[in-house]
Design a protein. Structure first.
Length: 155
């Protein structure tokens, strides 16, 4: 597996004892991202059912040109607690240099507390292709054609 350099910088007030993004296993596609609350809120946050919040990570990064970082939910939090991300996957563009935050939502039936240092998401570095959009007077035919949602059936 090849590696691409991804520069990460601590933000002011970040707890530097919290791990930066890292891969839990040798072949993991996503690096774990942890909540890193500011000093005045190191107790974390409790999300009631249906609530959402922007969770700070304590870092900013420089993504190489031609790449993006996708922020994705953690499957264990989703299955066990109904915790997921509102805009999944969230895209961080290569030209963004601000604080990285994760928009978390509680789809569960009980309040959920996100603690300082907890793994809340995973990030995937991915190559980007940009389309060259061209106006056309007609589009090629396919078997499906303009059939939309559910047009191919259930089975």
């Amino acid at each position: 597996m090849s590696k691409i350099a991804l520069k990460i910088q601590w933000l002011e007030g970040a707890d530097r004892d919290i791990a930066l993004p890292h891969y839990a296993t040798e072949q993991a596609a996503g690096a774990d991202v942890r909540a890193n609350f500011p000093p005045e809120n190191r107790d974390g946050i409790t999300l009631p059912p249906g609530a959402r919040a922007l969770i700070p990570t304590g870092f900013a990064m420089e993504i190489p040109r031609g790449y993006e970082v996708q922020i994705r939910p953690r499957s264990g939090l989703a299955l066990k607690h109904g915790i997921t991300l509102v805009n999944s996957p969230g895209t961080i563009d290569a030209d963004y240099r601000g604080p990285v935050g994760v928009i978390v939502v509680n789809h569960g039936d009980a309040p959920f507390t996100i603690t300082h240092g907890e793994r809340i998401a995973q990030m995937v570095l991915a190559p980007v292709l940009q389309g060259d959009f061209a106006l056309a007077t007609d589009l090629g035919d396919t078997q499906r054609g303009a059939g939309g949602f559910g047009s191919t059936g259930r089975t």
